[in-house]
Design a protein around this ligand. Structure first.
Ligand SMILES: Cc1cc2nc3c(=O)[nH]c(=O)nc-3n(C[C@H](O)[C@H](O)[C@H](O)COP(=O)(O)OP(=O)(O)OC[C@H]3O[C@@H](n4cnc5c(N)ncnc54)[C@H](O)[C@@H]3O)c2cc1C
Length: 469
């Protein structure tokens, strides 16, 4: 075993990012993956002239680590920014789409919000700040902005990001930036104005908030990482994977093609969902296992629907979201061919339709034909496609799509921190902490790798100079 080596469990974007930086620093890495390929939730399909995703469609440049990683990856990897159409978001209300207001003038005239809430927002800077650190997002928004902002802005926004329910998400964990705006500046409006005026560091300037994909589809990001890490670092189709502490190291066992294998390593990084942790770390006590794995994941169905000749409403937007109050069968629909290149044949369109989520988890269990009928019925009404039949329709199910950071989050984070300090060298990463989007995952993978590299360099320096570290 080399001094600088690690086992990473899971070849999604978190594990791949950590592996990439460790490899570049000369570490020997073994990535154990249950699936037959890398990428995790990120997967692109190319069929019949359409390019479509089964998981995420776009990311946001919301962390400097995204820019840093993208600048390093060599061609043929190419970042693809979404075009201007992506700035327009639609919200469904009373049988039609309305543009989400982008400024004061539109904000006053929009029918999405009630007049009393439009006036009420003028008093937002003067409202007292909340005192409950575990306040859920619905309560915070009702208190500061009013019911119609919750129903027609925040609820659909949360459906779009979390496929979740604002009454089950704790703001401090699920929307930490929003929480800090209130806590640090006393108001969203005051905080946003003050923050916009604050000088930005070079790091902060990299955070453009730009929406991105990768040329040819998001899978070209994970493919680029696999090439850079080296295919020989991967072990695919790993079953029955488990890790035990043994003689100051970790013993990692798994089965591949019916044959049992065992590795011995002093650094193990898990990057799977919370529900996988009890079986991967069976030595944890039952309370620790329960605390980690009781994290709720939204169950989501994504349906890619392609038309070679689009005849519905003009697709000049990122997509449309459907507030829970409107009681429709879909959560929302994205228009990737409107804001990304070459996603559909000329004159055609590809749509990504989302169903299920925390409020309607049973949809994942329906058969494909029922889901397709449901989607087409909604598209006929909401996108005005009349009797036009799609040239492509594919159903993708995600039983553990998006973690919902609710009231149990604090206890979970404390438990993970305690386990990591009890078993040095074990790192429990992945989307059970630190954010749900691709940018958060890239940030976490980068930080895990950089901390390990720094620690090993300090240990080496200590050994050479004899100084304590
Ligand atoms: C439908 C959907 C839409 C999304 N939309 C967006 C979006 O628009 N924008 C955005 O930024 N993010 C979006 N996300 C979230 C984003 O995709 C994830 O944050 C990110 O891909 C998660 O990466 P990860 O590496 O942490 O986990 P994963 O991608 O889940 O990777 C974990 C890996 O671990 C492997 N694994 C699990 N258990 C084991 C085991 N026991 N042994 C070995 N291997 C195991 C899995 O096979 C998987 O490959 C979306 C997610 C979904 C599901």
């Amino acid at each position: 075993m080399s001094e600088k080596s690690a086992v990473i469990i899971g070849a999604g974007i978190t594990g791949l990012t950590a592996a990439y930086y460790l490899r570049k620093a000369g570490w020997t890495i073994t990535i154990l993956e249950r699936d037959s390929q890398a990428g995790g939730s990120i997967r692109t399909f190319r069929e019949n002239g359409f390019i479509f995703e089964s998981g995420p469609n776009t990311g946001v440049v919301s962390q400097p680590e995204v820019v840093e990683l993208f600048e390093r990856l060599p061609e043929p990897f190419r970042f693809e920014p979404a075009n201007e159409e992506a700035k327009r978001r639609l919200i469904w209300k009373k049988c039609r789409w309305h543009a989400l207001p982008g400024g004061l003038k539109d904000g006053v005239s929009t029918p999405l919000f009630q007049w009393k809430d439009k006036f009420r927002i003028l008093l937002e800077p003067f409202r007292k700040k909340g005192t409950d650190p575990n306040e859920t997002l619905d309560k915070l928004v009702r208190r500061r902005l009013g019911d119609s902002f919750l129903d027609y802005a925040v609820d659909p926004f949360i459906l779009g990001i979390y496929a979740g329910d604002p009454s089950r998400l704790v703001t401090r964990y699920a929307m930490p930036k929003l929480y800090r705006l209130e806590q640090e500046y006393g108001s969203f409006i005051k905080g946003s104005i003050k923050k916009a005026k604050e000088p930005r560091t070079e790091e902060q300037k990299k955070v453009t908030k730009q929406l991105f994909s990768i040329e040819g589809g998001l899978e070209n990001l994970t493919n680029a990482l696999v090439r850079e890490i080296g295919e020989d670092s991967f072990v695919f189709n790993c079953e029955k994977l488990s890790v035990y502490p043994k003689d100051g190291l970790f013993s990692i066992s798994y089965v591949q093609d019916g044959i049992s294998h065992e590795l011995r390593e002093d650094v193990v990084i898990t990057t799977t969902g919370a529900h996988e942790v009890p079986s991967i770390l069976p030595f944890l006590n039952s309370e620790e296992k329960a605390t980690i794995s009781d994290l709720l994941y939204a169950r989501v169905v994504q349906v890619a629907v392609g038309f070679k000749n689009w005849r519905g409403i003009p697709l000049r937007a990122f997509g449309g979201l459907v507030p829970s109050k409107e009681n429709r069968k879909i959560l929302g629909v994205l228009f990737p061919s409107a804001f990304l290149n070459n996603r559909a044949p000329e004159g055609g369109a590809i749509l990504s339709v989302f169903l299920g989520g925390v409020r309607n988890p049973g949809i994942v269990d329906l058969d494909d034909a029922t889901i397709k009928d449901m989607v087409m019925e909604e598209l006929r009404c909401m996108m005005l496609i009349c009797n036009q039949e799609p040239d492509l329709i594919k159903v993708f199910r995600h039983t553990h799509a998006i973690p919902q950071y609710g009231v149990s989050t604090g206890k979970r984070l404390d438990t993970i921190a305690r386990i990591e300090s009890q078993f040095p060298g074990l790192i429990i990463g992945g989307n059970l902490r630190d954010g749900i989007g691709m940018a958060d995952r890239i940030k976490q993978g980068t930080q895990i790798a950089k901390q390990l590299i720094e620690k090993s360099e300090l240990q080496l320096a200590g050994r050479i100079t004899g100084a304590p570290v």
